[in-house]
Design a protein around this ligand. Structure first.
Ligand code: AMP
Ligand code: MG
Length: 411
């Protein structure tokens, strides 16, 4: 097949080629209740101080530090209690010489007072409190704005909302927040050998497992994904399915039919329907079989039918591209160094990716990889949370060798 677009492309170039054609999703205002995991589309500047006033971190007494400068065990100072301030009550009196206010945690420091001492470090009755030690001015006072200062830039566009961020925004009085719209994805599985998961297997048929793995991966990434279903190896039918999904999807993932066999018809379908093919084939293993295209504003990522290969290219190319579309500005994949927990006996003439499980042994990160890595095997991904990378031309590796790895989900 004659191709006028890049073929057998490095992962990094593929990401750049695709990014040039896609755009970041629109924004919407959502209630803070529904904002968890969403991608912020606005910068947030603190419109208030947290806390909004100087307050007491303890149950105790507030007074003027200068009144207790001379307090000693043998010469305690007695202060007269003029008011009681539980949390939520505003002071009505100012603290003068020889006076104190009984103050509870979270209550505002009354005017005149500049120190607080805890109940347990004083002697007291209802009328007076006695201190037998001095206290510096400012002791035990949480200053206004010590957590968040009015005008401070709190969170920036492109961050994924975390529980603490939601708490901060709630503390600042944001009941609604602007976020990027969630990406909508459709998943089409091509292959005349495929049957649905509910079906009985007949000779030559296999169940469509990839769609479910892909949907679950996208959902973990906070995207909406719908399984369109199975389409047989027929270019017209594949084109029809892509056309149908493109109407309400930001991205379409297809599986199968992107290799070089007689029945690999996704590329042909894309050509026939007038899609703009961006590239074909990746320099990675597994996951070499791959096509990226645009059709009427929808991105199409054609992944291999092999579930393991589909997962590898989705994680290495799909994830950065889809996160970009979703408005994420943080690095989409956390990279780290790990040691191989087992020998890796194969040579790697191509750049190779190996899924594994992160094990922390004696405070060191190890990658636990199943030895028999086969292209079509989904079981090697079971329970995996990292994907290791072996550069092109890596010889067989011994246990303990250090390699790069990426977190599959969140670090
Ligand atoms: P293909 O990419 O179409 O050449 O398919 C490669 C291999 O993956 C073949 O053995 C297919 O039967 C298998 N395969 C294709 N699609 C799926 C799927 N949705 N679920 C599981 N295996 C599949
Ligand atoms: Mg096939």
């Amino acid at each position: 097949m004659k191709r006028s677009y890049p073929v057998h492309v490095e992962i990094e170039s593929a990401i750049e080629i695709i990014k040039e054609k896609i755009r970041v999703s629109d924004t919407e205002l959502v209630s803070l209740d529904a904002a968890d995991g969403r991608v912020l589309a606005q910068m947030v500047t603190a419109k208030e101080n947290i806390p909004p006033f100087d307050r007491s971190p303890y149950d105790g007494y507030a007074f003027r530090a200068q009144d207790v400068v001379c307090a000693r065990k043998e010469a305690p100072v007695t202060l007269q209690i003029i008011e009681e301030l539980p949390a939520g009550k505003a002071p009505t009196k100012s603290v003068g010489a020889g006076q104190a206010v009984k103050i509870l945690t979270g209550a505002p420091i009354p005017e005149g007072a500049d120190a607080v001492e805890m109940f347990e470090k004083t002697a007291y009755t209802k009328e007076w409190v006695q201190l037998d030690h001095p206290l510096a001015s400012g002791s035990n006072i949480c200053k206004m704005g010590e957590d968040v200062k009015e005008g401070e830039e709190m969170v920036d566009e492109g961050l994924k909302m975390s529980p603490a961020m939601i708490g901060l925004l709630a503390g600042l009085g944001y009941s609604k927040i602007r976020v990027h719209k969630k990406l909508k994805a459709s998943i089409i599985s091509t292959g005349s050998e495929l049957v649905s998961i509910e079906s009985r297997l007949t000779p030559g048929k296999i169940r469509n497992s990839s769609s479910y793995m892909l949907r679950s991966t996208l959902e973990k990434w906070n995207m909406d994904a719908e399984i369109y279903g199975i389409v047989e190896d027929d270019a017209a039918k594949i084109a029809h399915a892509i056309e149908a999904c493109s109407k309400n999807s930001d991205v379409i993932l297809t599986t199968g039919g992107v290799s070089v066999g007689d029945y690999d018809l996704v590329e042909e379908a894309l050509t026939r329907m007038g899609a703009e093919i961006l590239l074909w084939g990746l320099l990675m293993k597994p996951g070499m079989a791959f096509v990226a295209a645009m059709y009427q504003g929808t991105l199409i990522l054609g992944l291999s039918g092999n579930p393991s290969a589909a997962a590898a290219s989705l994680h290495m190319v799909g994830r950065p591209v889809l996160f970009y579309m979703a408005g994420v500005k943080q690095e989409p994949r956390t990279k780290c160094k790990v040691r191989l927990l087992q020998d890796f006996p194969k040579k790697s003439p191509s750049r190779r990716f190996i899924p594994g499980v992160l094990r922390i042994i004696d405070s060191e990160a190890w990658l636990d990889v199943r030895g028999d890595q086969g292209n079509g095997m989904l079981s090697i991904w079971n329970a995996c949370n990292l994907i290791g990378e072996l550069p092109k031309d890596t010889p067989p590796l011994e246990k303990g060798s250090v390699i790069d790895a990426y977190f599959l989900y969140e670090a």
